[in-house]
Design a protein around this ligand. Structure first.
Ligand code: ZN
Length: 307
């Protein structure tokens, strides 16, 4: 989930006016997803419009997906992806983290027997009630059929899907505490989930274990896996180059150092934000304050003010 989608979500959840002004929602119908497919390699598609970027790779036994969009779009996404890719079933589904834009096809595909791969922390979150300040009422546990069936802890794993070698690894605590990347080696494409954004400030879900120091460490994992030609697919928005990723790392490091200084000198979130810790950085991304507030609070579990 990004700051933008979070705002859209809060707007639709809390704004009765907004609901009433949208005829499809007022009639209780699901809004149609504006799905579009972009080929990234011969057997690999990027599908947009389902609530998050979805990657779909063709293999001899069926498709392998990275993330599944929002549940409201999953039926449409499944039909669209199979039509575009010429596949009939999904054999493997990766969840890059536990947020609803990533796991919305888990139940549909899990019921059909897909292997759902995720970090162990993602499976733990999805199997229990999650209470977070940004969602009134929290999130209920997913049904058993929707839970990841294959998890890992640290390090890196590999699997072969047709002619594509796929490496996936843990990014540790970054956007949440269960972020993974999925690297299509032959296509030289990395799905980076919510740790990376391309069109706005990221959302750090510090209440489920994300933190700004980990965002930087997560980007380092991607840079270790990538070469200069690798294309990086964020959870939302356009693809990034490795050069752009390096620039983001430098920017987050500057903000991180400014926020740590503010925290260790005993400032409150409001006092820290008053120092404008994102001054001069990525101004085209808009108001940084929601991001900065979460980034500052994310330090609470890692630093204490100097006595
Ligand atoms: Zn997310």
């Amino acid at each position: 989930m990004t700051q933008v989608s979070r705002r859209i979500f809060l707007g639709s959840a809390l704004g009765g006016m907004a609901l009433a002004s949208c005829p499809a929602l007022a009639l209780g119908r699901r809004p149609r997803a504006a799905l579009a497919a972009t080929p990234l390699a011969e057997n690999l598609l990027l599908i947009t419009g389902a609530g998050a970027n979805v990657l779909a790779a063709r293999g001899p036994g069926g498709a392998l997906w990275v993330d599944g969009g929002l549940e409201a779009h999953s039926a449409e996404l499944e039909r669209f992806a199979h039509k575009e890719l010429g596949t009939r079933r999904v054999t493997t589904l990766f969840n890059t983290h536990w947020h609803p834009e990533q796991v919305g096809s888990n139940l549909r595909l899990g019921k059909r027997g897909a292997t759902i791969v995720a970090h162990e922390n993602t499976r733990l979150w999805l199997g229990r009630k999650i209470n977070v300040s940004w969602r009134e009422g929290g999130f209920e546990p997913l049904p058993d059929k929707a839970l990841p069936t294959q998890t890992f802890f640290y390090g890196k794993e590999r699997l072969q899907h047709g002619d594509e070698l796929i490496e996936y690894g843990y990014m540790r605590q970054a956007h949440t505490d269960g972020d993974i990347y999925v690297h299509f080696r032959r296509a030289n494409v990395i799905a980076a989930g919510g740790v990376v954004t391309s069109e706005g400030w990221p959302f750090i879900d510090w209440e489920t274990g994300g933190w700004i120091g980990g965002m930087i460490a997560g980007i380092d994992r991607l840079l270790e896996a990538a070469d200069e030609h690798t294309r990086i697919v964020p959870a939302q928005g356009r693809l990034l180059t490795v050069e752009e990723l390096k620039a983001q790392r430098a920017m987050y490091m500057t903000i991180y150092e400014r926020l740590v200084k503010a925290l260790t000198s005993g400032l409150s979130p409001a006092e820290a934000l008053a120092q404008e810790p994102a001054r001069g950085l990525n101004e085209h991304w808009g108001d940084p304050n929601p991001f900065l507030e979460n980034a500052f609070k994310s330090l609470w579990g890692h630093y204490a003010p100097d006595a």
